[in-house]
Write a protein that binds this ligand. Structure first.
Ligand code: FAD
Ligand code: SF4
Ligand code: SF4
Length: 477
């Protein structure tokens, strides 16, 4: 009988790559997990039971062929594993690092449900593609033939870049416009280096540029160039601008100096990691060093802020969230990482107002979870008389993001939006009500995930190609 490399989940225990000690990692912005050694990746992949109906795959937004690339890794056939993995995912090594696997692929792995600990799918995916980069298997795009049609993509985040990649592979002329000076969107300026080191994103940007994608950076659509001009210049346009309007806090004192937006705080920190001059950081306004920091919110952005503040040398870091640990939107894995690094969570608390100018404290009310609301989620209620003041020199608002008003900013009243301000687009194609205009990622879904933006970008590119092919066929008749 042939040697069976798989189904080892009973004999081989689940093991993540080594995590750096909290006392070491909390002083730098490098990723906290090491890479698997080759033998370990093989062994961990061999735990997969090769399900006939792989729930891991159906719960991956990209429907990655997980069991097959795990088997190839277990067999030491890494280049084939890479070919298979990159066939469905534009940035496998990025998803391997930052997908909330506990809610997606790994959370649905059957061996986890049988009590043996999930296959470490994300870490293996990262290992396969990091190895591919090391070995030189990741190459710039070389289309078989050039096409004359061009597509303009507004926004160089994962949604826009995934669409750019698929279109360019088919020889389409692609121009990506972005108001930032570097591509990558929130992968570059939102997500901190300890989750996703910046050279991992920059080498992807370079790969796309080397493959013939044109980038027009420092170019804000609606200011430096009009949407109408972009539409005139291209056969199709993809809007992938993400969501950047910060949900605000009300209450007395909420306008005081020292109360900052999470996106400004994280962008400044990421820019410092690039070695950029960042006056708002150098002035101390966006630097947590030596400060008592309070972060308000319970999502992944809040987790990134608290962990950034620890690394900047804050004297204390507290996170206020109005529900409890079990009901927070952020990943449990990130809460655990934050606690290990010294963050204190004040569950069931909400800010009522602020003291001092600049800010010196947050007036906090304690909450309890009441009856479930229409969505079935228990609503937080204030506990009367529970008010206290939490001292703070820097308060960071991390309450989520909303879309900017694109129809007004771009003078495009025909660009239909939902009642939440996100762009109305067809479910799979991303087609909007405007002919030849598509939309993908957070600007359609609201704040979501990198992997969903990639999925949208890839699906939309397929629809754009169909449009271009249709027009080309009519022209040839
Ligand atoms: P974005 O990544 O936001 O990119 C949009 C791009 O459009 C930006 O580069 C912007 O500069 C550009 N743009 C906007 N307006 C204009 C304009 N008018 N003209 C020109 N350019 C414009 N997801 C995960 O999966 N895992 C995580 O761990 C994770 N952590 C996160 C942490 C933080 C702090 C934040 C804020 C988000 C996190 N997310 C995470 C969510 C994830 O980053 C987003 O869902 C994803 O980046 C959305 O991709 P996108 O392409 O739609 O938009
Ligand atoms: Fe899991 Fe994300 Fe990779 Fe899909 S893309 S297999 S959800 S880590
Ligand atoms: Fe393997 Fe788990 Fe996926 Fe089954 S669900 S194929 S065991 S990774």
């Amino acid at each position: 009988m042939a040697h069976q490399p798989m189904l080892k989940f009973v004999k081989v225990e689940r093991a993540m790559p080594e995590k750096r000690d909290a006392n070491v990692r909390n002083a730098d912005f490098n990723e906290i997990y090491a890479e698997y050694a080759g033998a370990m990746a093989k062994e961990q992949s061999s735990r997969c039971s090769q399900c006939g109906v792989p729930y891991c795959q159906s719960h991956c937004p990209l429907h990655n062929n997980i069991p097959d690339w795990l088997r190839l890794t277990a067999e030491g056939r890494l280049q084939e594993a890479y070919d298979l993995s990159q066939a469905t995912n534009t940035f496998p090594e990025i998803c391997g690092r930052i997908c909330p696997q506990d809610r997606l692929c790994e959370g649905n792995c059957v061996i986890e449900q049988s009590g043996h600990g999930t296959v470490t799918i994300g870490s293996v995916e990262k290992y396969i593609t990091d190895t591919a980069w090391e070995q030189g298997w990741v190459q710039p795009i070389k289309p078989h033939a050039e096409r004359k049609e061009s597509v303009g993509i507004i926004g160089a985040g994962p949604g826009g870049l995934a669409a750019a990649d698929v279109l360019r592979r088919q020889g389409v002329q692609v121009t990506v416009y972005d108001r930032y000076d570097r591509s990558g969107g929130l992968m570059t300026y939102g997500i901190p280096g300890f989750k996703l080191e910046k050279d991992v994103v920059m080498r992807r940007n370079q790969q796309l540029e080397d493959g013939g994608v044109t980038f027009k950076l420092n170019c804000a659509v609606g200011e430096d160039i009009s949407f109408a001009d972009i539409r005139d210049a291209h056969d199709a346009v993809v809007i992938a601008t993400g969501v950047y309007k910060t949900r605000d806090l009300a209450g007395p004192g909420s306008g005081a100096d020292g109360i900052e937006r999470a996106i400004d705080y994280l962008t400044a920190s990421n820019r410092k990691s690039f070695g950029d001059a960042v006056p708002e950081f150098d002035s101390g306004a966006l630097d947590a060093k030596g400060k008592r920091v309070v972060v308000i919110g319970g999502g992944d952005t809040a987790m990134d802020c608290v962990r950034t503040a620890i690394r900047q040398g804050a004297t204390s870091v507290k996170c206020l969230y109005r529900r409890d640990r079990a009901n927070m939107p952020g990943s449990q894995r990130e809460v655990q990482n934050a606690e290990e690094e010294g963050v204190v969570f004040e569950w069931l608390t909400a800010p009522k107002g602020f003291t001092g100018t600049p800010v010196s404290g947050v007036i906090v009310e304690r909450m309890r979870l009441g009856l479930p609301d229409a969505t079935g989620r228990q609503s937080p209620e204030v506990i009367d008389g529970s008010e206290y003041v939490e001292s703070a020199d820097l308060v960071i608002k991390a309450l989520g993001f909303e879309p900017e008003d694109l129809p007004t900013l771009w003078d495009q009243p025909d660009l239909a939006v939902t009642r939440w301000g996100t762009i109305k687009a067809e479910f799979t194609s991303g087609a909007t009500a405007m002919p030849g205009v598509y939309a993908v990622g957070d600007i359609v879904r609201g704040a979501s995930l990198v992997v969903w933006a990639i999925r949208d970008g890839r699906d939309c590119a397929a629809a754009v190609l169909e449009q271009l092919n249709g027009v080309a066929a009519v022209a040839a008749e």
